[in-house]
Design a protein around this ligand. Structure first.
Ligand SMILES: [Zn+2]
Length: 229
């Protein structure tokens, strides 16, 4: 009897220790996430160029490679070009005969040219698709990536294709401070209203083009500027 209760007591100690270890591991992970991911996002919003492969390697602690659950940053994933238009999931699913409730009404998804639906993460760059209807229901090309095991498209650069078929890089711009931003808000510097800005854009050099055609969507098929229905 006494032996058994001693055993039970030991077990309690072991469980208690395991709990302490688990809790401290969570805390450490949480801290790492805050310190490693937030600056990454801020860095990213400073300029899309920072998102090149060399970016942020010095922002990580030297021993972070050991931990596979360590939050990874954009530079750890293969960037690709995703073309299509962004719509809300509820209507996109309805077109496919799938009726879903209002909870999915405001989930933005990229409907690719092949008809695939990719949910867009409302992160520092993807959030604009939720906020701004000017970005939805129009032809876009998104530089972004997906993490293994996750359906979400994480967008890094937004190009909209204008009526002439030209690729325009999109951001928000404060005329007063001359700084770009990536979501709708008051200017983070002077608090003024910011403008929706489009500039002729080129695909980033780090991107491997999906197909090797020499004339990517430069001109619509129809001459005379008639929009294709
Ligand atoms: Zn400003």
């Amino acid at each position: 009897m006494a032996k058994q209760s001693q055993h039970a007591a030991n077990l309690v100690v072991v469980i208690a220790m395991a709990t302490v270890i688990t809790v401290s591991a969570c805390v450490v992970t949480g801290v790492t996430r805050v310190s490693a991911e937030s600056p990454a996002a801020e860095e990213g919003s400073a300029s899309p160029e920072v998102l090149g492969d060399s970016a942020k390697s010095d922002a990580k602690p030297a021993d972070s490679k050991k931990d596979d659950t360590d939050p990874a940053s954009a530079s750890d994933f293969k960037k690709e070009l995703f073309a299509g238009k962004v719509v809300f999931a509820q209507e996109a699913l309805a077109k496919r005969g799938i009726k879903v409730a209002a909870e999915m009404k405001s989930q933005a998804v990229l409907e690719t040219e092949s008809g695939e639906l990719l949910p867009i993460a409302a992160d520092w760059r993807g959030r604009a698709f939720y906020q701004d209807k000017r970005l939805r229901n129009r032809k876009v090309e998104l530089v972004g990536y997906r993490r293994p095991g996750l359906p979400y498209l994480q967008v890094l650069v937004i190009f909209v294709i204008d009526e002439e078929g030209r690729r325009q890089e999109m951001d928000y711009w404060c005329e007063i401070c001359s700084i770009p931003m990536y979501e709708i808000k008051a200017c983070e510097c002077c608090q003024a209203e910011i403008d929706f800005r489009l500039r002729p854009g080129k695909l980033p050099a780090y991107l491997t083009p999906p197909q090797k055609t020499d004339e990517p969507s430069q001109k619509p098929a129809l001459p005379g500027g008639k929009p294709a229905e």
